[in-house]
Design a protein around this ligand. Structure first.
Ligand SMILES: *Cc1c(COP(=O)(O)O)cnc(C)c1O
Length: 401
């Protein structure tokens, strides 16, 4: 299976023009930043048969595929309940709705994350309160949370950024002391663990995304909420179907946010590979560490740090470097694809300008935005591709030979 996948990468290097330029990297990259076609090549038969089974059933909304996926996901996550929905963004929105967050409320979020983390809060008329990140882990700094809590604070949303769990012990302690919900944004971190516990099971609600680039990616959008709380699970199941337990009886205000049965069928196949894929990502990360050491680059760039008791699942492998922009330009010239997650912190974005944050107010997030660089990492990434990445970085620093 891996051989087959590898074949596909080699083939994609010389792919003809009929591939639309907007969904594949330009031909002058040595290989894609993320190679989903290579993943598909390894599981094509299983996926096609799942799609075909779903089409024969013509049951597209909820039903047995969704039920089975939820049961299998709950079991994989070692969670009591798993409620699927239309996206990771909706998982956050539904979670906050189930917790009863609304206007006048405040919710604590990090500024160095994808927009949906704070967007879900603002969308409900509540106020996102940004708390700066830790410079080493890029996750919310627990020491700064306490000072941002007011009588209006209802919840904290720690993000397990890039696949590394946030520093949950002090976060949970602070939340407990103030009676706040912890809603985990685990969109990038399915399979990560904090002191042996799966992320998503540490707070009252844990949100996952099946956006194609996540570690468990669908063929489109999808999301899921894990919880140990039966009443919250029931409420989430109602909210995703317009607040109904019975058809046309609207008990609470809800919306339409369901995981398509087609996505459920595809995700059931992929879930069976997730443990192996996760190990493979971790191996690729370890390989980068060895290569960076071998090329003597330890002092040139900062590698991801994994604190004691944490399991990182490397949705991204993010290095840090003060000369990030020239480094990225150099790598591009050498055909090495990279990405920037994230180029600008949420508190300085136009959509959140009304909150009144100013530059330099959350310095760690702002400085991370200027210095982080994500390198290619995925289960199908090959050794010589990683060597090409690190060799190019070494050449930028003149560190080779
Ligand atoms: C991807 C992501 C989301 C949103 O997930 P979607 O499925 O794209 O809506 C939320 N938070 C973080 C941190 C993410 O990376």
């Amino acid at each position: 299976m891996e051989e087959e996948a590898a074949q596909d990468v080699r083939a994609s290097k010389t792919k003809p023009e009929k591939v639309p330029a907007d969904i594949h990297p330009p031909l002058d990259f040595l290989f894609p930043f993320l190679d989903l076609r290579s993943q598909f090549a390894g599981i094509r038969e299983q996926i096609m048969s799942a799609i075909s089974r779903l089409m024969e059933s013509q049951q597209f909304i909820l039903g047995p595929e969704v039920q089975s996926f939820e049961a299998e996901a709950a079991s994989w996550l070692e969670s009591r309940f798993a409620v699927s929905c239309a996206s990771g963004s909706d998982a956050l929105l539904l979670s906050l709705m189930a917790w009863g967050v609304g206007p006048e409320d405040e919710v604590i979020v990090p500024p160095f994350t994808f927009g949906a983390t704070a967007g879900a809060v603002a969308r409900l008329g509540a106020r996102p309160v940004f708390v700066d990140i830790d410079a080493v882990t890029y996750n919310i700094d627990p020491a700064q949370i306490e000072g941002s809590i007011t009588p209006r604070t209802r919840a904290i949303i720690p993000v397990h950024l890039f696949g590394l769990p946030a520093d949950m012990d002090p976060i949970l302690k602070t939340a407990q002391r103030h009676g706040l919900a912890v809603v985990e944004d685990a969109a990038q971190a399915i399979g990560a663990r904090h002191r042996g516990v799966h992320v998503g099971n540490l707070g009252v609600l844990g949100c996952f995304s099946f956006f194609p680039s996540k570690n468990l990616g669908g063929a489109g959008d999808g999301g899921l909420i894990a919880t140990q709380d039966a009443a919250l699970a029931e409420k989430l199941r109602m909210i995703r179907v317009h607040g109904c337990r019975k058809k046309y009886q609207y008990e609470i205000l809800g919306m339409n946010s369901r995981l398509d049965a087609l996505q459920a069928a595809i995700l059931r196949v992929k879930l069976r590979h997730l443990s192996a894929w996760t190990r493979r990502r971790q191996e690729r990360a370890d390989r980068y560490r060895v290569l960076f050491a071998e090329y003597g680059l330890d002092d040139c760039v900062t590698l991801p740090v994994v604190p004691e008791g944490q399991v990182h699942v490397y949705n991204q492998f993010v290095i840090r470097c003060a000369k990030r922009d020239p480094l990225r330009e150099f790598l591009r010239s050498r055909g090495v694809p990279t990405e920037i997650y994230y180029p600008s912190p949420l508190h300085l974005q136009p959509a959140f300008a009304y909150l009144g944050y100013k530059p330099d107010q959350l310095p760690q997030a702002e400085s991370a935005c200027k210095e982080v660089l994500a390198l290619p990492i995925y289960p199908e990434l090959r050794d010589e591709q990683q060597v090409a990445v690190v060799e190019a970085i070494a050449d930028f620093w003149g560190a080779r030979d």
